[in-house]
Design a protein around this ligand. Structure first.
Ligand code: PXP
Length: 242
């Protein structure tokens, strides 16, 4: 069965719009768990635009399912991660001007930084995934540096504008998933997945985890977070049964 990681960053985005107390991502995590989330995912960004240090610390104490922290490989955030000890860390690239994470981490160009970050996190008992583009070289280096998993980015797939593009980009992520699996890495995927385009991604047999945020939080505005998560979870289950 594919695990559903529910990214609750955008609950905090809404709170930060007023710099107030609500909606609280801690409450969101409880609702997501009640809806069937297998993991709770948050991204503590350097600019703290959504999740705050307080959120991460409280989530560590309250969340019952595994906690997955997305983070850039920078000293300040790595230090916080090693203190808080989420169950899993997903290394991502980060640029201040970006609206959301753009593309995977370039493990090839940032060899030393990524290798050191993986070692540091694992030294604190944290399982490490690396968020990468669907590219064999990125997979090989992630494996060489000892990561337990790769999260293959599905942004290009989710942005495809016609059927031919969807087919081509789906084949790309599928091929990468198979390759990473053959290399002995756990395979995660995420970015831009929604209630429609997730079906064929969830059906890829070697994919073990999907991290989904924006579409679930968007739907939650209308039906509530618990139900929005439950609906996504049902789709994942159906996709595997076929
Ligand atoms: N995976 C990673 C590594 C991400 O950075 C994000 C966005 O924070 C997601 C998954 C979730 O993407 P979306 O919000 O588009 O579902």
């Amino acid at each position: 069965m594919v695990r559903l990681g529910v990214n609750i960053d955008h609950v905090a985005t809404l709170r930060q719009a007023r710099r107030g107390r609500e909606p609280d991502p801690i409450w969101a995590a409880v609702e997501a768990e009640l809806g069937g989330a297998d993991l709770i995912t948050v991204h503590l960004r350097e600019d703290r635009r959504h999740i705050q240090d307080r959120d991460l610390r409280l989530l560590r104490e309250t969340v019952k399912v595994p906690l997955n922290l997305e983070l850039a490989a920078v000293p300040e955030i790595l230090r916080i991660a090693c203190e808080v000890r989420p169950d899993q860390a997903t290394l991502v690239p980060e640029r201040r001007q970006e609206i959301t994470t753009e593309g995977g981490l370039d493990v090839v160009r940032n060899e030393r930084i990524v290798a050191d970050a993986i070692r540091q996190l694992q030294g604190h008992g944290i399982r490490v995934a690396v968020f990468i583009d669907p590219d064999p070289q990125q997979i090989e280096l992630s494996k060489a540096f000892g990561a337990e998993a790769v999260e293959i980015q599905t942004a290009r797939y989710s942005e495809a504008r016609n059927e031919a593009e969807v087919r081509e980009r789906f084949a790309e992520v599928c091929e990468s998933a198979r390759y990473a699996h053959e290399k002995g890495l756990a395979v995660h995927m995420g970015h831009g997945l929604n209630y429609h385009n997730v079906r064929q991604i969830a059906a890829i047999p070697c994919v073990q985890e999907l991290n989904i945020g924006h579409s679930i939080v968007s739907r939650a505005v209308f039906v509530g977070l618990r139900q929005a998560v439950a609906e996504m979870k049902r789709i994942l289950e159906e996709s595997r049964r076929r």
